[in-house]
Design a binder for this molecule. Structure first.
Ligand SMILES: Cc1ncc(COP(=O)(O)O)c(C=O)c1O
Length: 378
């Protein structure tokens, strides 16, 4: 049996520190918006190279509240990418705005800036009210999106850029960490993420004090002082237990990301000669391999074959967001996103995490080798 992911192995590495961190919270008896959350906001925003961090209830809420803080709402449009987890688009929809989607870059599977520009030209060409207000690139699978071009296009079209960095804690584009390029960067601390808590959690990071303060109101009932509510805010806060756990794990994040990068190199070295298309890292980018996805023609039969050998795999993502039933009213079709569609038919995420054993990776490689050999023999 080769698990897709086994979080118990990571827990064993840091058990003592986790238990003492959580005990500290129980013994203080303060569970919401206390010292742990403030300290983690400070530590994680510093890690990202930005000034402020606002801990919220999830990555979805981080995106939603960031969009709200930026003033996005009914009648607005926000451009994002067809290949992402649905939460990216849902956050836009929750504000009342309409999501528009663009296709992916052939190499990195993140937003293609050329498609972004084409869509903007098309929208602006229609005349009338300028409805596109923001662009939401996603650093998918831990690979940074093409931020120089996206920021440049954003500036030219007067758009707010908000980053979905939910899968990319610690990934770099040039010398800077993701989350520090847009006016706000949004993170998820869902347990399976490279930096994951033991429950839901998220954070918005920003260099802009105005957004920091707005987000703090939005996450906590719009309350400026006790019983003084200046806007209709939400209840979406990172809790003290999660913050205490995440503070421990943040100290290991770079080491764990390095381990992932080393293991990704092993897979790539062994699988490329078999004709498998492996993830590539764009020049100047430092990916942190949240997932390791290969592209292969006979994806479904390979997945079934690996399953018979006890090897777990997953697909990220089998249905592009605009083709999901939830978005049928937008009337998108496969031909609107040919690369995303093609990718959704061919991608297979292999078992991958910092603690995966070399022997397990070998089994995966051997499984793929046997499958390829059977295919050739047929
Ligand atoms: C790209 C992306 N955006 C947004 C989210 C939403 O994060 P959460 O699950 O913490 O709400 C996720 C995580 O699942 C994600 O992978």
């Amino acid at each position: 049996m080769v698990p897709f992911l086994d979080l118990t192995r990571q827990y064993k590495r840091i058990k003592g520190e986790i238990l003492s961190a959580t005990r500290r919270v129980y013994e203080k008896g303060h569970f919401i918006l206390g010292e742990e959350v403030s300290a983690f906001e400070e530590e994680f925003s510093r890690y990202c190279g930005v000034q402020y961090g606002v801990g919220v209830g999830s990555g979805t809420d981080a995106l939603y509240l960031a969009l709200k803080a930026a003033g996005i709402g009914q009648g607005d449009e926000v451009i994002t990418v067809a290949n992402s987890f649905i939460a990216t688009a849902l956050a836009i929809s929750f504000t009342g705005a309409k999501p528009l989607f663009v296709d992916i870059d052939r190499k990195t599977y993140t937003m293609d800036p050329n498609h972004l520009e084409l869509l903007l030209k098309h929208q602006r060409g229609k005349g009338g009210r300028r409805t596109v207000k923001a662009v939401l690139p996603v650093h998918l699978y831990g690979h940074p999106a093409e931020m120089d071009s996206i920021i440049e296009i954003g500036n030219r079209y007067d758009l707010i850029v908000i980053e979905d960095a939910c899968q990319a804690h610690g990934a770099k584009y040039g010398k800077r960490k993701v989350g520090s390029f847009g006016v706000m960067g949004c993170f998820s601390f869902y347990p399976t993420k490279n930096l994951g808590g033991y429950g839901d959690g998220g954070m918005v990071v920003t260099n802009d004090k105005k957004y920091d303060q707005k987000l703090k109101l939005f996450r906590c009932y719009g309350e400026r002082k006790k019983h003084q509510h200046v806007l209709k805010g939400h209840n979406s806060r990172l809790d003290e237990i999660q913050a205490a756990i995440l503070r421990v794990k943040l100290r290991y994040l770079d080491q764990w990301n390095e381990e992932r990068r080393a293991k990704a190199r092993i897979y790539t070295e062994k699988l490329s000669p078999l004709g498998i298309v492996c993830p590539s890292e764009k020049r100047g980018a430092r990916a942190i391999y949240h997932l390791y996805g290969i592209k292969t023609e006979k994806r479904d039969s390979l997945q079934a074959f690996l399953k018979t050998r006890g090897i777990e795999t997953l697909i990220h993502y089998p249905i592009p967001i605009p083709l999901q039933k939830a978005y049928r009213e937008l009337r998108y079709g496969r031909r609107d996103f040919p690369l995303t569609h093609q990718w959704s038919q061919k991608i297979l995420s292999l078992p991958f995490f910092s603690e995966i054993k070399k022997g397990e990776m070998k089994e995966v490689v051997e499984g793929i080798r046997s499958f390829s050999k059977n295919e050739c023999d047929e």
